[in-house]
Design a protein around this ligand. Structure first.
Ligand code: FMN
Length: 332
């Protein structure tokens, strides 16, 4: 019996699992593999240096899957912001039907995409931001708990609270993001009121993830303590894999007395360019890279097909086991 949730119905997918946008990982190989396995794969727009490169990547992905896939568009503070309207225009022109938005001030981009009838999953880490996104007309919220990889926000609320708060307060369907790796997690998210889950780190440790094997192995070898939080002082807190460089960033941030990002010297240490190299050269200590606490639950490197089939089976077993825990008195 296939899943039947607001997410599977709206997106036309079989298993209510989304592969979240991942900088330097969200290429066509990744998105197509997840979509072919019955979930929703997402290309990461800003992994492509220009909007025209994104167009090429979307076209490449179309040759790799006939299933629905989407694009993540992340709006982060930058000295020179990327040309977001141009990225959004390419997404529209290429006929993409689903976009994951994330980050600050998404209003103009959401307006542009909604005018083209695109389904928007907006990812955020607080209910307040979720409510603002509802006002902008998004179709789904992706509620990203403090466990998650990457930008965790500044309020440190984990999914046990966030998801129930979302259920209690949001008038728009939501999915659960951060800390998910298996079908038991999917079943728990559905029980808390979500329509599905979003996973990042788990998909890095798959056969098709276009990153070096050493990094997949580093994820398998790590446990749930092996992440670091950096940049809290600059209200841009990020959860990173705990390696030599991330530890150095923590040390610099603690030692800094200026409060000035430029003067602190941390910028060079947390540079995204070196992080990108890590995925290519396989040296896990070459730069900082993003990972969530869920690394403690990842023990293998399956294909996306094997992973999603397993998640589906575990979720169905968990849901039916849970329903058997209650027997009406007449049946005792
Ligand atoms: C390597 C990596 C890169 C990421 N880059 C982005 C990004 O560019 N934009 C974004 O919205 N989320 C990004 N994320 C966050 C994921 O989309 C997702 O929200 C998060 O991984 C969920 O937490 P989990 O890792 O516990 O599953 C990234 C995550 C990882 C692991």
């Amino acid at each position: 019996m296939p899943f039947n949730t607001a997410l599977t119905r709206a997106l036309g997918i079989k298993i209510p699992v989304v592969q979240g946008g991942m900088q330097w990982v969200g290429y066509a190989e990744m998105a197509a593999a997840v979509s072919n396995a019955g979930g929703l794969g997402l290309l990461t727009a800003l992994t492509q240096p220009t909007p025209e490169d994104l167009r090429k990547e979307i076209r490449r992905c179309k040759t790799m899957t006939s299933k629905p896939f989407g694009v993540n568009l992340t709006l982060l503070p930058a000295m020179v912001p990327p040309d977001y309207p141009a990225y959004a225009r390419v997404i529209i022109e290429e006929g993409i039907k689903i976009v994951e938005t994330a980050g600050n001030s998404p209003g103009p981009v959401i307006k542009q995409l909604k005018a083209a009838n695109i389904i928007i999953l907006h990812k955020c880490t607080t209910i307040r931001h979720a409510q603002s996104a509802v006002k902008l007309g998004v179709d789904f919220l992706s509620i990203d708990g403090f466990e998650c990889a990457g930008h965790v926000g500044e309020s440190d609320i984990t999914n046990f609270i966030l998801l129930s708060k979302a259920r209690q307060t949001l008038k728009v369907p939501f999915i659960a993001s951060g800390g998910f790796a298996d079908g038991q997690g999917l079943a728990a998210a559905l029980a808390l009121g979500a329509e599905g889950i979003n996973m990042g780190t788990r998909f890095m440790a798959t056969v098709e993830a276009p990153i070096h094997q050493n990094i997949k192995q580093a994820i398998v070898d790590a446990d749930e303590h092996d992440t670091e939080l950096v940049l809290r002082k600059w209200r841009n807190t990020s959860r990173l894999f705990s390696n030599k460089v991330a530890k150095e960033a923590v040390r610099i941030e603690k030692a800094d007395t200026t409060g000035d990002f430029g003067k602190s010297g941390i910028g060079a240490v947390v540079s995204g360019k070196r992080g990108r190299e890590v995925f290519i050269n396989g040296d896990k200590d070459y730069g900082v890279w993003t990972a969530g606490q869920v690394i403690g639950l990842i023990n293998d490197v399956p294909t996306c097909e094997a992973l999603l089939t397993r998640i589906e089976k575990e979720a169905v077993e968990t849901l039916s086991k849970a329903s058997a825990l209650y027997a009406p008195e007449s049946k005792l």
